[in-house]
Design a protein around this ligand. Structure first.
Ligand code: SF4
Length: 207
């Protein structure tokens, strides 16, 4: 039997957190019911086939990240979340010569998730947690030889590092569509001049 979902957040508190996400730099933010979040083994499987270069490279990527099954069980304990999205120029997300700017774009989602998680915590929602976009190995530890956690040491960015939404099996595009946001997946072969818009999405589950 699933535990009773935590529902200690009023509409006003969730709206305050939504506004906080915008204040922290999100271009869009919305309050969602966790029951709307689709968690699928098929999403996490995309990390393996075709194999992502970050697969198994850090403590927050599959197979070390919480599995979709585990995440589904955790999510059943929560009722509300803030989904947020930040726009970036297609060149930043796609051009080979924009790697530093791209890393910064992903890093900003980690920072936003961490700061919003902290705001929720200090508002009394002490079990809140945020998920980012991309791999912390790539975004935070790209200058390191490897992931310190996988080497048995402490994480170098304990307050920032966290799994991505997709690593735990969240179907980000389905969720964006439910929020009424126009987002398309960008493949590795996509060309910046053929793409209208590009963005990254994160979430803070509030409880
Ligand atoms: S040490 Fe670096 S790569 Fe490993 S979990 Fe922490 S941030 Fe991620």
């Amino acid at each position: 039997m699933s535990p009773h979902p935590r529902d200690n957040s009023s509409t006003a508190q969730m709206e305050a957190l939504r506004l906080k996400a915008l204040e922290l730099g999100a271009d869009k933010a919305t309050v969602i019911d966790t029951s709307a979040i689709s968690v699928s083994e098929a999403v996490a499987f995309k990390c393996r086939v075709p194999r992502c270069p970050n697969y198994a490279s850090c403590a927050n990527c599959p197979p070390h990240a919480p599995t979709p099954e585990e995440f589904r069980r955790v999510l059943a304990s929560f009722r509300k979340a803030i989904l947020f999205n930040k726009r970036f120029a297609p060149e930043v997300m796609l051009s080979p010569d924009q790697e530093a700017a791209r890393t910064e774009a992903f890093r900003s989602i980690f920072q936003l998730a961490a700061k919003l998680e902290s705001a929720a915590f200090y508002a009394g929602h002490y079990l809140s947690f945020g998920l980012a976009a991309g791999s912390c190995r790539n975004v935070l530890c790209h200058e390191q030889k490897g992931c310190a956690v996988l080497e048995g040491k402490a994480c170098l960015f304990p307050a920032l590092a966290r799994p991505s939404m997709e690593a735990v099996g969240i179907d980000v595009f389905q969720l964006a569509a439910l929020a009424g946001w126009d987002m398309q997946p960008l493949g590795r072969e996509a060309k910046a001049d053929k793409v209208d818009q590009s963005s990254l999405t994160g979430i803070v589950v509030v409880g």
